[in-house]
Design a binder for this molecule. Structure first.
Ligand SMILES: *Cc1c(COP(=O)(O)O)cnc(C)c1O
Length: 411
């Protein structure tokens, strides 16, 4: 039984149209005529729902945004030029100088340097915690804390957070929780678990074949009654709540980030992403079963494999209880030394050596010498980057072929 049946129907039915062009229309225009001054005024004040200018959105992007919002039970979404742009949009639309972030778990390299090197230059600090440091996380919250940021699966340390428990901490303290769900779309439903904002790099499993760079941010609705966004901590958002009600976070993100930073997605990128979405449930189902199978086979051969499906993994119980639809395409192998890792990568005939993940093809990369080469030893240790660590993203090949190839590469 496919774990993602409900999405399979939803995506293909909504990406295609029953009248006119079946494939989504690529609306390739930077500007849009308003027709009349009254319509122009309405478009600018938000009362008329028509395209304003491609930096603020276009109809192809809007189609993708609607489908992704529905996937996560959000009130709306904004697509961006890349996954890093999505994280930038989600955070920069809320932060001001002096604010701070609490970041939990293993972190994508770009996000780590964005928080630790770039935001700090603008007076916004980040404190980093491991997934289960609940008490320390709660103690670290102070009046400057604006965001708790979490990855659904630690990349590449494969640690799994208890998203609901962290959402409870966020909610108790009135802090916004942002979850980077890039690795687990459909498998993990962050908004249902209590997150406020979900970010994606759609470059990965959503598009699924290295054809296009993209990102998306999904926002929950502002509640009619009490809501953490209505507290003093988020006073910059209040004018949007007054004007746009439950849609306030979309308006806030579009004005504060999209308009002012311009991380806009192109219509052609959204088109390619929509094509990827159609088959994502089938691909994801295949990969989450393959990754378990490959991880187990290599583990039984005595390789040092890191995947939470393996008995004895620190988060094996959490994987079984909370990640019943898998945790995406990733696993790691620690070959013990850089030399042994390079040898494995030279000998594998099947894996493509690249920094991407979530592709149709199986991908592999030595971590310490590439994505994490800029990081000092202490930071690498915190992120779980050992000298022999290879990150693998399992693809759609026959899993037995992957196992056979990896066993010969490891010998
Ligand atoms: C790739 C990735 C990003 C960044 O996405 P880009 O599309 O490359 O900008 C962010 N978070 C995670 C978890 C990723 O894997």
């Amino acid at each position: 039984m496919n774990n993602f049946e409900e999405f399979a129907t939803y995506f293909v039915q909504n990406v295609g149209s029953k009248e006119g062009a079946v494939s989504p229309a690529i609306v390739q225009s930077a500007a849009f005529g308003y027709g009349s001054p009254e319509t122009a005024e309405g478009i600018f004040d938000g009362s008329v729902k028509k395209p304003l200018y491609a930096r603020m959105g276009n109809p192809t992007n809007a189609k993708l945004e609607g489908i992704l919002a529905e996937m996560d039970g959000g009130v709306g979404a904004v697509v961006t030029s890349s996954g890093m742009a999505a994280t930038t949009l989600a955070t920069m639309s809320l932060l001001k100088s002096g604010d701070s972030i609490i970041s939990i778990g293993g972190l994508f390299g770009g996000t780590y340097s964005y928080f630790s090197e770039t935001l700090s230059r603008f007076g916004m600090g980040t404190k980093f915690f491991d997934v289960d440091e609940f008490e320390a996380i709660e103690d670290a919250i102070d009046e400057t804390t604006k965001i708790i940021f979490l990855e659904s699966v630690g990349n590449p340390n494969m640690r799994l957070p208890d998203i609901r428990a962290i959402a409870d901490i966020a909610s108790r303290n009135g802090i916004v929780l942002i979850v980077d769900n890039t690795i687990t779309p459909m498998s993990v439903a962050p908004i249902e678990l209590g997150a406020d904002i979900v970010v994606y790099s759609t470059t990965k499993i959503i598009s699924g074949n290295a054809s296009v760079l993209g990102g998306a941010v999904v926002f929950r609705a502002i509640n009619g009654g009490d809501d953490k966004f209505k507290t003093e901590r988020y006073e910059e958002v209040h004018k949007f709540i007054k004007k746009m009600g439950k849609m306030a976070l979309i308006a806030n993100a579009k004005k504060r980030a999209m308009r002012d930073f311009g991380m806009s997605a192109s219509a052609f990128s959204s088109y390619l992403t929509l094509l990827g979405l159609e088959t994502m449930p089938l691909r994801m189902d295949r990969v989450v079963s393959s990754v378990e199978r490959v991880a187990m086979a290599l583990h039984q051969k005595g390789l040092n494999v890191n995947h939470p499906s393996i008995d004895g993994h620190e988060q094996n119980a959490r994987y079984t209880a909370q990640f019943s639809k898998g945790c995406g395409t990733l696993m790691t192998i620690d070959m013990g030394s850089q030399e042994a890792a390079y040898e494995f990568l030279r000998k594998t005939e099947l894996a493509t050596i690249t920094a991407n993940i979530g592709d149709s093809r199986t991908l592999a990369l030595h971590m310490a010498s590439t994505i994490y080469s800029d990081f000092d030893a202490e930071t690498r240790k915190f992120l779980g980057i050992t000298d022999g660590l290879i990150r693998i993203s399992i693809g759609l090949e026959n899993p037995d072929d992957i196992i056979e190839d990896f066993i010969q590469a490891a010998n």
